[in-house]
Ligand binder design. Structure first.
Ligand code: NAG
Ligand code: NAG
Ligand code: NAG
Ligand code: NAG
Ligand code: NAG
Ligand code: NAG
Ligand code: NAG
Ligand code: NAG
Length: 283
């Protein structure tokens, strides 16, 4: 809450700062505030007054390039999946993959995802861009929450008692997903060949470090209804990833690929999550 309040105060300060800087009286009855032109018309008798606000952009006004610019609340929407390198023979011997009541072994097929329904949603609380050289080469970094929803295609279940394990369940699920949320800090080098141009081509690449802040399994079935189990399920608490984004015209795409495993080493699971999608950001 205190962080949100700080953000709000900072935003307010920015807005009022702009208003003070840009307010210039062009004519006795016009006030210009940024892109807004306020025209105040007074009738002769002085009793009736009429204020018109028009939004216009000055074509001669150059885009101001600051050395450090901040973007608040950026949203990402994309598809998630993982590259599965697990040796299931090995993973079965670690005890993480179990056979309950004589159920079939968990194999490569058991953990396959529904690629169309596995999603990645990210909320970046802020991102900053720092000019390194001529606004062509920039450092871009931020802080945000990455949310992964891995939708299983099969009847696989994660359980936490007595130790976290996975098994091939005996019932059919209409919805079966593993959620993992990370607080992440990405660092990227940004290349922007046409600085000052509104919709120029630009791209960024770098690394991201994330910390697991929440994970659960959510299953819906006729037999058990809606079931949600919160646990870390021996997921790796850290997520290290290669990240990138491309801006082309009005569209911005992002990608993220984990270079460490989704699960802890001793489980024998070797899955490397990745995501691609659209980024809603102004630069
Ligand atoms: C950006 O930094 C350079 C070098 O430190 C400085 O000369 C320039 O005035 C700065 N530009 C702005 C807009 O602050
Ligand atoms: C998996 O590991 C076992 C030993 O634990 C090994 O014999 C087998 O060749 C491995 N399979 C693959 C596909 O690497
Ligand atoms: C295994 O079978 C026992 C006895 O039928 C039952 O109580 C238990 O819930 C079953 N476990 C699972 C995971 O289905
Ligand atoms: C996985 O499924 C495919 C077809 O869906 C099958 O050919 C393959 O043998 C299965 N793999 C295992 C390990 O069961
Ligand atoms: C999981 O177990 C069910 C029976 O409980 C079986 O029909 C199914 O083929 C198994 N799935 C996999 C991927 O092994
Ligand atoms: C930022 O870019 C400008 C040219 O656009 C350059 O003069 C300045 O030195 C750069 N600032 C830094 C800190 O490198
Ligand atoms: C899921 O479980 C149901 C009920 O046992 C079974 O009919 C179905 O084939 C299973 N689906 C898969 C993909 O294993
Ligand atoms: C980068 O590309 C995106 C998408 O084309 C665009 O919206 C943004 O303004 C560009 N940024 C710069 C600094 O040119």
């Amino acid at each position: 809450m205190r962080h949100l309040a700080c953000v709000a105060v900072a935003l307010l300060a920015t807005v009022t700062g702009f208003a003070q800087k840009d307010s210039t009286k062009n004519a006795p009855d016009t006030i210009k505030v940024g892109n807004f032109i306020i025209v105040k018309k007074n009738k002769d008798n002085g009793h009736e007054s009429n204020v018109r606000v028009s939004i216009s952009s000055d074509p001669n006004r150059k885009r101001k390039e600051t050395n450090l610019s901040t973007n608040w609340f950026i949203f990402d929407l994309g598809f998630a999946n993982y590259r599965d390198q697990t040796n299931y023979t090995t993973a079965q011997s670690t005890g993480y993959l179990q056979q309950i009541n004589g159920s079939a072994k968990v194999d490569q097929n058991s953990t396959s995802l529904n690629s169309g329904k596995s999603s990645n949603v990210n909320i970046w609380f802020f991102m900053q861009k720092l000019n390194l050289s001529k606004h062509v080469l920039n450092l871009k970094y931020g802080f945000g929450l990455e949310m992964y929803n891995f939708r299983f295609d099969r009847n696989i279940s994660y359980r936490k008692d007595p130790q976290p394990y996975i098994f091939n369940d005996s019932i059919s699920f209409s919805k079966n997903k593993l959620y993992a949320g990370y607080l992440s800090v990405p660092f990227m080098i940004n290349l922007n060949p046409t600085p000052g141009k509104r919709h120029g081509f630009n791209f960024s690449a770098g690394v991201s470090a994330g910390y697991l802040v929440g994970s659960h399994i959510k299953q819906i079935s006729n037999e058990r209804g809606k079931q949600k189990i919160h646990n870390d399920f021996n997921l790796n608490p850290w997520r290290l990833a290669l990240v990138g984004e491309i801006g082309l015209g009005p569209i911005r795409l992002y990608g993220s690929y984990s270079i460490n495993k989704l699960h802890k080493d001793f489980t024998g699971m070797e899955q490397y999550p990745y995501a691609v999608g659209i980024r809603f950001s102004s630069w």
